[in-house]
Ligand binder design. Structure first.
Ligand code: PEP
Length: 249
């Protein structure tokens, strides 16, 4: 079975409304032949509804963060009901900036994954080690722990809709991309862990994306690995041409 290949752009806290619309239009114009690949964008949530409308059927739209409760007195948060209602396909969960800037814990990540599954939003779950953890030889321990905690209580059926993104924290926004060897080894480890949790059949279905300073000039080496099913791209997804060059690797 051919695994889905996904190229996703995380726009972080960038783009005014006009810039977001122009970027989406630039992508739509340049998509061309996708060879079965899927493209997704995660704009700031205030633009997501409008982008979902203009991108429908061509580019999937996701939201960068949500709370896990359905509704309530949680000022500043958006709920899974709202994310679903605006037409988003994906929710990004556990991005390193959420974990390390906003103090999101593995428990919160797990509650968000459960909420996504409950409301029919596909979770794209980020895992990745800090530089100190890699240097201490703990990368697999850290990533394995994040995976097990994120998907605790998630059924095999729910797992079929999940996407994992391996994003070593030391490579995000730093220009220091993981070598294809490092990324390939971790992706194989992630697949092995998923097989341990859900069996080889489900593990073979779940797309595992690489993220961390992906650019047009390094994507080919990474994407050559059979266990790297696409990319989650930050900085280089903010210009239509550079993201298109990555998508068309
Ligand atoms: C990201 O935001 O998920 C990311 C990988 O950023 P960058 O590509 O800029 O490193």
């Amino acid at each position: 079975m051919q695994r889905r290949e996904i190229f996703a752009g995380n726009w972080k806290m960038f783009t005014t409304r006009a810039e977001a619309l122009a970027l989406a239009r630039g992508l739509l114009e340049g998509l061309g032949e996708l060879k079965g690949r899927e493209v997704a964008v995660f704009p700031p949530s205030v633009h997501a509804r409008e982008l979902a409308d203009i991108c429908r059927g061509k580019i999937d739209v996701g939201v960068q963060n949500m709370y896990f409760e359905k509704e309530g007195a949680f000022t500043g948060e958006v709920s899974p009901v709202m994310v679903k209602d605006l037409g988003a396909r994906y929710i990004l969960i556990g991005h390193s900036e959420r974990r390390h800037v906003f103090g999101e814990t593995d428990e919160m990540v797990n509650r968000k994954v459960k909420a996504a599954c409950e409301y029919g939003i596909e979770p794209m779950v980020c895992v990745g080690e800090l530089l100190a953890e890699r240097e201490a030889g703990d990368s697999e321990k850290v990533v394995g722990g994040q995976l097990r905690k994120a998907f605790d209580g998630i059924t095999a059926d729910q797992m079929k809709k999940a996407v994992v993104a391996y994003e070593p924290v030391w490579a995000i926004g730093t220009g220091k991309v993981a070598t294809p060897e490092i990324a390939d080894a971790m992706h194989r480890y992630i697949r092995k862990e998923l097989a341990g949790l859900y069996g080889a059949g489900i593990a073979a279905m779940v797309p595992v994306l690489y993220g961390g300073s992906v650019k047009a000039d390094n994507i080919a080496g990474l994407f050559a690995s059979p266990d790297i099913d696409g990319a989650l791209v930050g900085g280089a997804s903010l210009k239509a041409n550079s993201f298109l060059d990555i998508i068309h690797v």
